[in-house]
Design a binder for this molecule. Structure first.
Ligand code: CMP
Length: 132
């Protein structure tokens, strides 16, 4: 089933010029980049985007971080793209991410884990509408 999902290349990866390397990995995994933009968001916008995490102890730090620099947001399309992209990213914490995944290759820490991806069809729709 063809699906769309939202991808964010986070400030740590944009800053280290990893955008093209990450896009290459996406394309190799049959994830087509339908739309893309390079932006910086405010802390308030990050708080709205990550609202599902508002009760978590790391929420404030997460919003501070996502708004701290330039990010690249993309709509990805492909067969089962939500699952495929999550596998391509690897585990949230780069320390436990599988070999060859984006987070294993480029992630610095659980906070600076280089990329974000939607975790369900409902959230993919919400997240795509948030940015596009
Ligand atoms: P992301 O996929 O963008 O979704 C929420 C983010 O919160 C996650 O990646 C991590 O970067 C960050 N985060 C920080 N601490 C934790 C934690 N303990 N568990 C899950 N996510 C965390």
């Amino acid at each position: 089933m063809k699906q769309q999902t939202l991808s964010i290349i986070k400030p740590d990866a944009v800053e280290r010029n990893l955008t093209d390397n990450i896009k290459e990995i996406l394309i190799k995994n049959n994830l087509k980049i339908l739309k893309e933009k390079k932006i910086q968001i405010t802390k308030e916008e990050a708080a709205e985007f990550y609202k599902v995490h508002q009760t978590k102890p790391f929420y404030d730090r997460l919003c501070e971080y996502l708004s701290s620099g330039i990010i690249v947001v993309m709509i990805l399309e492909g067969e089962n793209s939500i699952k495929v992209y999550r596998e391509t990213m690897g585990s949230t914490d780069p320390k436990s991410a599988q070999k060859g995944t984006i987070r294993e290759k480029y992630g610095i820490s659980i906070d600076k884990n280089s990329v974000h991806g939607s975790d369900s069809p409902e959230n993919a729709t919400k997240e795509i509408n948030f940015f596009f």
